[in-house]
Ligand binder design. Structure first.
Ligand code: HEM
Length: 236
């Protein structure tokens, strides 16, 4: 074992090391959400703008860009989950020795984090099957989902999203998942600051407001799409 592997192993075994991994990967995923939301808002600008954006994402670096982004995103997602599982186990083993009432509140909050986290995993799997793998629908059918963008035939991702949310069970599942995502985010964003040591008595109020404000934007931003389509008939 060389020095680097040794120090990485020691870092991973320590609970603070794992907390840092959870916080840094969490921060990355939180930023991804903001970027994804900003791109998704182009749905309201119409098929031209949204399809041009989707086409650009898929053709970046001759198509390699989207795969690089997927690998990095999946890596961060898996690392976030594995570090959390390992940390929870480590904490449980330690808590058994020193059980007292003070841990009850923390346990409730971490249980909610686990529940919302598991819902997010289920949501992401469904979401990828829905819009990326396009399983169980015709979104890959060029006769139905082709858009003419500046003379070039591209995938009509805009129509795919409109059709996707025209089916109410999908809309309902997305909205329910966003509720749990919001719960995970408020606590998660606050914890990132705490773990990185940026939370003090003076800054805690500001951090909590920021975490809540960020969650509100992400929550209403994402649900605005299925609600606009399903309830207000946008694009249909
Ligand atoms: C109403 C809300 C949302 C809409 C309309 C939406 C739409 C989309 C679309 C159109 C794609 C691209 C599929 C493709 O062409 O390859 C995509 C990809 C993706 N979305 Fe969302 N999304 C939403 C919410 C979310 C949320 C909340 C998350 C995370 C918790 C998320 C995570 C992802 C991921 C990881 C990908 C990349 C999959 C891949 O292509 O490899 N999305 N989304």
């Amino acid at each position: 074992m060389n020095a680097l592997t040794r120090s990485l192993t020691a870092y991973w075994s320590s609970s603070i090391g794992k907390k840092f991994v959870v916080a840094l990967t969490g921060a990355f995923l939180v930023l991804f959400l903001a970027g994804h939301l900003a791109g998704n808002m182009l749905i309201f600008a119409g098929p031209e703008a949204f399809n041009a954006y989707a086409h650009q994402l898929h053709t970046m670096l001759d198509g390699a860009g989207v795969w690089i982004a997927r690998v990095v995103l999946l890596g961060a997602f898996l690392l976030h989950i594995f570090a959390t599982i390992s940390l929870t186990r480590q904490n449980r083993a330690a808590r058994k020795q020193y059980e007292h009432k003070g841990t009850i509140q923390a346990t409730l909050s971490s249980r909610l984090m686990i529940l919302s986290g598991l819902t997010i995993i289920a949501f992401v799997i469904y979401h990828i099957l829905h819009f990326t793998a396009r399983v169980g629908n015709e979104y890959n059918n060029p006769e139905l989902y082709t858009y003419l963008l500046d003379g070039e035939e591209v995938h009509n991702a805009w129509k795919m999203v409109i059709d996707g949310f025209s089916w109410w069970p999908a809309t309902l599942f997305y909205i329910l998942s966003m509720v749990l995502l919001a719960s995970h985010l408020t606590h998660g964003v606050q914890s990132i600051f705490q773990t990185l040591g940026w939370r003090s008595k003076r800054s805690s109020g500001l951090i909590d407001t920021f975490a809540k404000g960020y969650t509100v934007v992400i929550f209403f931003g994402f649900i605005s799409i299925p609600i606009a389509i399903q309830i207000f008939g946008f694009g249909r």
